[in-house]
Ligand binder design. Structure first.
Ligand code: MTE
Length: 306
């Protein structure tokens, strides 16, 4: 993983797009001093030699965003129909500062960092993506959650007129899309609120104007296009748990030892993959971030809390 703080990046140094296209040297150079930043040891622990950055066109054209349809190509085709400016966010529940805020006001003055994280979908494919974002803890702290806040719950925009997957009889999802994190997970330094990709603004299909990124959890926890943040005492029933509780839990920590009821989670297809080269590799506990996050779950039975 690479962290770049904007203050340390001269505009002349902004990485040209072609550098992102699967070049191992970039990760090595970045992690070991491309930015001249001293990185904490833990900041690089997730990436391995074989982790090359996934080409941008895959990350922006092979998506899950059911609000625009169930096909992987639907979000790239239809997400431009969503208006993201203006964008307001409602903050409610167990916090001293609640209300409705303009997105720009919430992120104003907060540093955006670039972090290269592995991203593992529950469907057993994975990518390595240069995300741009703000540590979630820096966003949440400004609302001053109270001692009663044990969990933070997020909701996606509900706007069927601009989100065709929310229309009609065939949608089995009870919108809006909902996700949640325990407060200690939300405040973990790896947890990012993403506002961009590959050095650019976040495309609509990837969850503009902001979406969550929790690198040690399956991708469905990383809720997109967030309009509501609620601090609560109890975990919500997240969308995928509501759809199929036997298959998707609240925690969704990447765990090669616990199979999905319909397929193994022991390995993954790293995109790009093809008929001739599946590009398959073993899945790592907590997606390779165990050193940083396993302690959050000490003493918990991860087969029960999946
Ligand atoms: N957020 C919303 N609102 N709706 C969705 O359908 N899909 C999730 C997650 N966040 C989803 C969502 C799933 S299943 C995955 S794998 C990731 O988004 C995909 O993110 P990406 O398209 O940026 O790769």
């Amino acid at each position: 993983m690479l962290i770049r703080k904007p203050a340390a990046i001269a505009s002349s140094e902004i990485t040209p797009e072609d550098v992102y296209h699967g070049r191992r040297e970039f990760i090595a150079a970045g992690a070991l001093g491309f930015t001249g930043l001293a990185l904490p040891h833990s900041a690089r622990a997730g990436l391995q030699d074989a982790d090359e950055i996934t080409p941008e066109n895959i990350v922006t054209q092979y998506n899950n965003f059911y609000e625009f349809g169930t096909d992987k190509s639907d979000p790239a085709t239809y997400a431009h129909e969503m208006t993201t400016d203006p964008w307001s966010v409602t903050v409610s529940g167990e916090a001293n500062k609640t209300g409705t805020f303009a997105f720009e006001d919430i992120i104003k003055g907060l540093d955006v960092e670039e972090r290269i994280y592995r991203f593992r979908c529950v469907e057993a494919w994975s990518m390595v993506v240069p995300w741009m974002g703000i540590p979630l803890s820096n966003i949440l702290s400004q609302f001053e959650p109270t001692g009663n806040a044990k969990v933070v719950e997020f909701e996606t925009l509900y706007r069927p007129s601009e989100m065709r997957g929310q229309q009609g009889f065939f949608s089995s999802i009870d919108w809006p899309y909902i996700e949640g994190l325990r407060m200690d997970e939300a405040n973990h330094p790896l947890t990012l609120m993403v506002t961009g990709l590959y050095g650019k603004d976040l495309p609509n299909q990837n969850g503009a104007p902001w979406r969550l990124m929790v690198p040690w959890k399956y991708g469905f926890k990383s809720i997109k296009s967030i309009v509501s943040i609620r601090f609560t005492e109890r975990e919500p029933i997240n969308t995928w748990k509501q759809l199929q509780a036997s298959e998707y839990g609240f925690y969704a920590n990447v765990n090669p030892a616990v199979s999905h009821p319909r397929w193994s989670q022991a390995s993954e297809r790293r995109l790009p993959s093809s008929l001739f080269n599946a590009n398959r590799r073993p899945t790592l506990p907590f997606n390779g971030y165990a050193d940083e996050v396993a302690g959050l779950y000490a003493g918990m039975d991860l087969r029960k809390y999946y």
